[in-house]
Design a protein around this ligand. Structure first.
Ligand code: FES
Ligand SMILES: [Fe+2]
Length: 348
C-alpha cells in the first residue's frame, strides 16, 4: 500500500514532511514533467513574441512565429544562462551572456567566437522543446514524449460541452499574480474541498447552497459543483445534458497537477498554481468573459475576497506543517474526496 490508503475511511492525509522537505518537493515536481501543463492562452501571444513561463520549476519560453506556437527551454545551451526574463517582441532569442542566438522555434542561429569549435553546432546546441497543444485557445505543453493529450481534458470537455468556448474572451483587467508563503500542494488541497466554505467564505456561503455541494472524482481531475440559492445566477443547461434542471452556480474543475478552471454563468476564471520553492507559490489568474451582463454576480462574484480568504488559510497551514507536533490528519469521507484523490495521484 502506498502513502495514502485507497479507502478514504481508513486513510490518513499526506504527512507534513511532504509539504516541508526540499527533496520530496523536488521529487514531486517530476510529476509536472510527465504530465500535461497549462502554459498560457493563445490570445496572450502576438506574432514574433516570447514569454517566459515554467513547467514545474523548469524555465521555458512560450514563443510564436509564422503563426506557430512553440514551447522551448529558456536555458542557453552554452553555459546555462536564463535567456529571457520578461515578455518581448522579437524575431530571435539572444542570450544576454555571450550573444548566442536562436530562432523562436529553438534552432541555434549564431554563436560568436565559435568558428574553430569542432562538430558545432550539433543537435544539442538547439533549445530542447515541449510538445504544445492548443485546446479551445488554452495552451498545454508536455516535456515527455510518450503522453498523449487525448484523455487529458476529456472528462471536462464532455461535461462542459453545452458551453460555446469560442465565446470566451480574455479580459486582461482580470489578470492577477499572487505570491504566497506556502507549499503549492496546500493551495491545491484547499481548492479541492468546499468543506471550509461556511467557515472561511461567509460571502460566498450566502449565495450558494452548501447543503448540496458536490464532488466528483475523475482519473486526472476533480469536479466540484456549487448550487445556486434561489434567485442567484445559475447556468442555462440544455435538456439533453445530464445536469439539466439543476440550479448550478459554478463548476469548479481541477486538472492534475496545478490547473483550476472555474466556470460561472459569466464565463471562466482560471487559476494556475506555480510552485516557486518548497514554501513559496505563485498563483496566476486569468478571466475570460462570455456574458458581460452576468459578470460580478453569484458564486463568481467577489473572487478577490475569496482569494484573500483562501490565501490566509493556506499560509497558516504552511506554518502548521512545520510544527513538530503535527504529523498528519484524516479525511471527511463526504467532504474531502477531492483532496484524497489528489494525494493519491501525487504519491502513487
Ligand atoms: S551562456 Fe548563453 S551565450 Fe554563453
Ligand atoms: Fe476557499
Amino acid at each position: 500500500m502506498g502513502v495514502i490508503h485507497p479507502d478514504i475511511c481508513k486513510a490518513e492525509t499526506l504527512p507534513s514532511n511532504y509539504y516541508t522537505d526540499q527533496n520530496i518537493y523536488l521529487e514531486l515536481l517530476q510529476k509536472f514533467h510527465s504530465s500535461w501543463n497549462f502554459i498560457g492562452l493563445e490570445s496572450m501571444l502576438e506574432e514574433n513574441s516570447i514569454m517566459p513561463i515554467s513547467i514545474g520549476e523548469t524555465p521555458m519560453l512560450l514563443t510564436k512565429t509564422d503563426s506557430q506556437i512553440y514551447c522551448v527551454s529558456n536555458v542557453c545551451t552554452h553555459r546555462g544562462m536564463i535567456l529571457c526574463q520578461e515578455n518581448k517582441t522579437t524575431s530571435t532569442i539572444t542570450c544576454p551572456y555571450h550573444g548566442r542566438t536562436f530562432s523562436l522555434n529553438g534552432e541555434i542561429k549564431h554563436m560568436p567566437k565559435f568558428s574553430e569549435v569542432e562538430n558545432f553546432p550539433a543537435d544539442n546546441d538547439n533549445l530542447p522543446s515541449a510538445k504544445v497543444v492548443n485546446w479551445h485557445g488554452l495552451l498545454f505543453a508536455n516535456l515527455s514524449d510518450n503522453e498523449s493529450f487525448e484523455g487529458y481534458m476529456s472528462s471536462l470537455e464532455s461535461r462542459m460541452s453545452f458551453l460555446d468556448f469560442s465565446k470566451l474572451n480574455r479580459d486582461s483587467s482580470l489578470d492577477r499574480l499572487h505570491e504566497l508563503s506556502a507549499n503549492w500542494m496546500l493551495y491545491v488541497d484547499n481548492y479541492l474541498e468546499g468543506f471550509h466554505i461556511p467557515y472561511v467564505h461567509k460571502g460566498l456561503n450566502s449565495v450558494i447552497d452548501y447543503s448540496n455541494y458536490e464532488t466528483e472524482v475523475f482519473d486526472n481531475a476533480v469536479l466540484q459543483i456549487g448550487y445556486a440559492l434561489e434567485g442567484e445566477e445559475s447556468f442555462d443547461i440544455p435538456s439533453s445534458h445530464q445536469d439539466y434542471g439543476k440550479n448550478i452556480a459554478a463548476y469548479y474543475w481541477w486538472v492534475f497537477p496545478n490547473l483550476m478552471l472555474n466556470f460561472y454563468p459569466w464565463g471562466l476564471s482560471i487559476n494556475v498554481v506555480i510552485p516557486n520553492g518548497v514554501s513559496s507559490t505563485k498563483i496566476a489568474y486569468y478571466g475570460l468573459i462570455s456574458d458581460n451582463s452576468k459578470f460580478g454576480l453569484g458564486a463568481g462574484g467577489n473572487l478577490d475576497t475569496v482569494e484573500e480568504e483562501d490565501q490566509w488559510i493556506v499560509e497558516s497551514c504552511n506554518k502548521g506543517m512545520n510544527s513538530p507536533l503535527y504529523q498528519r490528519g484524516r479525511y471527511s469521507p463526504s467532504m474531502e474526496q477531492g483532496v484524497h484523490h489528489f494525494h493519491r495521484l501525487l504519491t502513487e
